[in-house]
Design a protein around this ligand. Structure first.
Ligand SMILES: *Cc1c(COP(=O)(O)O)cnc(C)c1O
Length: 404
């Protein structure tokens, strides 16, 4: 009789967003006359920018002609895209990352789930709490997290770094040394971030204890403050301790197009073993390349027209963020984030739990958000709203919340 990977049995049941979807559809079925405004899931709403659509049209035409048709893409990505990434995201910022250290993928979710594969099952991971669920769940599947305690909602072999208003949402070095440290900055779900000096301390710490930082920079395009690093490689020493994951989903609306990349510097080694070579081997074996049409679309993100159009798109969402933040503050809420990220993280009023506030907002204001406790125990008593809605819906949701 075959055996399954028992680790999957350890995963706690219901996924946050499916629970939300069930509650929302039950409410809508009971109240068909109500119009709900959804500021819950972190998906974009603006269409792809014209420069990107043009590039995709061009690539589609190429695919229809024998002379310009493209079959399998190179495993690690087309040179034109890897060079555009290296030039624009790294060299232009004074960071020493070369095109052959960039691995093009179908998105940062896959990369953040897959990257743990090249590490021993004996490694101890550290995550921020609250956290993007993929980091922990992918390590559960690999058998790296120990046992789950349903009471505390924590894994016995995971080091949690609470990020709350008490520490300004800045993770502190854990008491026990981790081997792998996940950092997502600017952060989903809290919408907060740390300064470049604070990130430098993390890089120094990782180099000192011999840990790897897996740095998820999915929200980099939303950074508005000068003292925040746009890539971890702005920090001295990051080439020997950090892997950076990036996505085209949030800066360019590629959530349905699918494109991302991982940076694995050649200086990142475990003794004599090169993580760059390991990731190249893994990627080449298990991934057959992002589609040509999509990689051309990604290249257009770095064109002059693309950059200008995407700057506007990000500004549109950040106008929503500012409206939510200001509006909620005026209504007496305690609000965080929303300055360097498209998420607003608020303290629930009157000691409500995250789920109590979810129900209250759904029933009294017909607004859907995300309970903070769904992202980890330290998210209890917090609530996430996203700036990814339309401006009109965002303002309408605020009016409803203010009227409570
Ligand atoms: C949205 C998001 C991503 C992007 O995932 P894709 O697979 O590239 O769409 C990665 N990390 C975090 C924390 C995110 O919120």
């Amino acid at each position: 009789m075959f055996k399954v990977n028992d680790n999957y049995q350890k995963l706690p049941g219901s996924y946050l967003f499916s629970t939300i979807a069930k509650k929302v559809s039950a409410y809508q079925a009971a109240n068909p006359e109500k119009t709900l405004i959804r500021l819950g899931i972190g998906d974009v709403t603006q269409p792809l920018a014209p420069a990107i659509i043009d590039a995709m049209h061009g690539a589609v035409t190429e695919m229809g002609n024998a002379e310009t048709f493209h079959g399998y893409a190179p495993d690690l990505g087309y040179e034109f895209l890897r060079t555009a990434i290296a030039d624009n995201d790294y060299k232009a910022r004074g960071c020493d990352i070369s095109a052959d250290e960039i691995f093009v993928s179908d998105g940062a979710k896959s990369d953040s789930g897959n990257i743990q594969e090249i590490f021993s099952v004996d490694n101890r991971i550290a995550v921020c709490d609250p956290v993007y669920p993929v980091y922990v769940d992918s390590n559960v599947m690999a058998g790296r997290t120990g046992t789950y305690d349903p009471k505390t909602e924590m894994w016995s072999n995971v080091i949690y770094m609470p990020c709350t208003k008490e520490n300004n949402f800045v993770p502190e070095f854990p008491k026990e040394d981790p081997d792998i440290i996940y950092l997502c900055l600017p952060n989903n779900p809290t919408g907060t971030t740390i300064t470049k000096d604070q990130l430098q301390e993390w890089v120094d710490y990782a180099n000192r204890i011999g840990a790897v930082i897996i740095y998820d920079g999915a929200y980099e395009a939303y950074i508005s403050e000068d003292n925040v690093a746009h890539t971890i490689y702005e920090c001295e020493g990051a080439r020997t301790c950090a892997i950076e994951l990036k996505s085209f989903s949030k800066n360019a609306g590629f959530t349905g197009v699918r494109l991302g990349y991982a940076v694995v510097p050649k200086d990142l080694k475990c003794g004599e073993v090169s993580l760059h070579q390991m990731w190249a081997r893994r990627h080449g074996t298990k991934f057959n390349g992002a589609p040509y049409i999509v990689q051309r679309a990604g290249e257009a993100v770095y064109s002059e027209a693309g950059k200008a159009q995407l700057k506007e798109q990000v500004a549109y969402y950040m106008k929503n963020a500012a409206a939510i933040k200001g509006g909620l503050q005026n209504a007496g809420f305690e609000v965080f984030g929303g300055v360097n990220a498209p998420y607003i993280w608020l303290k629930t009023p009157d000691q409500m739990t995250s789920w109590e506030f979810f129900d209250y907002l759904l029933e009294k204001a017909n607004v859907v958000g995300t309970p903070g406790s769904g992202f980890g125990p330290s998210g209890e008593g917090y609530f996430r709203l996203t700036a990814f809605g339309t401006y009109e819906n965002t303002l309408a949701a605020l009016e409803r919340i203010k009227a409570l």
